[in-house]
Structure formats: C-alpha cells, structure tokens
Design a protein around this ligand. Sequence first.
Ligand SMILES: CC(C)(COP(=O)(O)OP(=O)(O)OC[C@H]1O[C@@H](n2cnc3c(N)ncnc32)[C@H](O)[C@@H]1OP(=O)(O)O)[C@@H](O)C(=O)NCCC(=O)NCCS
Length: 146
Amino acid sequence: MTNYIIRDYYDNDFSSLNELWEETGLGGSQRGDNAKIIAQSIKLGGKLILLENTKTKEIFGSSWMTFDGRRIHLHHIGVKPSYQNKGFGKILTKESLKFAKEKGCQIKLEVHQSNKKAIEIYKKLGFTFLGDYDVYIVRELDSIKF
Ligand SMILES: CC(C)(COP(=O)(O)OP(=O)(O)OC[C@H]1O[C@@H](n2cnc3c(N)ncnc32)[C@H](O)[C@@H]1OP(=O)(O)O)[C@@H](O)C(=O)NCCC(=O)NCCS
C-alpha cells in the first residue's frame, strides 16, 4: 500500500511535475505549460493538486484546475504508470470535483475519445458527454490569418 498525501503545488515542484507530465504523455512544450503559466492560473483562482508519496517524497499524480471566472477547466489528470490502477485517478478526480463544488462553478474537461479508462472514471463520478463538438486551438500566434 502506498502512503500518500494530497497537497497543493508549490513553485519548486515544477521539475518533478514536469517529469510526471512527460511520463504520462501530458507534457510537451507545444502546450505552453510552464511554471509561469501555472503560477498565473493559481493567482486567477485555479488550483493544482499533487499526490506525493510520503515515504519517498515522489510526486506521482496531478490534477490542474484553471478558472476563467465562469467555469473550471480540468487539465492534466495524470498518475505515474507504476501507481496506476490503484484508484489514484479516481481520488484526483473526486478532489477536483470537490473544488468545483466549493467554488460553486461548472467543471469541464476534454478527453480523447480513445482514452476509455479516463472516460470511465469521469462518467462514474458524474461527468456527462456534451455532444459531438470538435475542439479548435491557436497554438502559434503567427498562424493567425489577418
Ligand atoms: C487516466 C489515469 C489518470 C487513470 O489513473 P488510474 O490511477 O490508473 O485510475 P484508477 O485506478 O483510479 O481507476 C481506473 C478505473 O478505470 C477502469 N479501467 C481501467 N482500464 C479501463 C479500460 N481500458 N476501459 C474502461 N475502464 C477501465 C478500472 O476498472 C477502474 O475503475 P474501478 O475502480 O471502478 O474498477 C491514468 O491512467 C493516467 O495518468 N493516464 C495517462 C494520462 C491521461 O490520459 N490522463 C487523462 C487526460 S484527460
């Protein structure tokens, strides 16, 4: 059994967090997720929670909630592969939903349709499918056409 705590992210957690994101396929510089953006999102009312192994101090799970004044967006729920299938993904999702309840805001997420395991967790905990929307993004500001 893993002894763990759920705690808030601090600035000096970034490199461990980034390792977790790389390991779980959630990282990548194309997404623009860096320490500055995280700090900004927390200042704006978001929250980033971590799972930490109390014995080894390893950070093995994360959930990042950003707040835009209207809704909470759930990003980067990830559990390191060696800790997966032990209920931690569910624990992180429940904790994230608790934050939404406390704030009194709707909570939304994007998940790839092939990610059956994540979808199973979200549906079991109360998320419902919003419909056949496609998702668009401007990654490179130079690509804006005007
Ligand atoms: C998705 C992720 C966070 C889940 O974490 P986890 O700790 O392994 O998940 P849990 O152990 O809490 O829950 C697994 C649940 O999914 C179910 N499950 C496992 N594989 C499944 C599959 N292929 N299809 C459907 N359900 C599946 C399990 O039965 C379990 O449900 P149960 O507890 O009711 O039996 C983890 O796999 C991960 O980090 N993946 C990579 C990053 C990622 O894709 N994140 C989501 C981005 S939207």
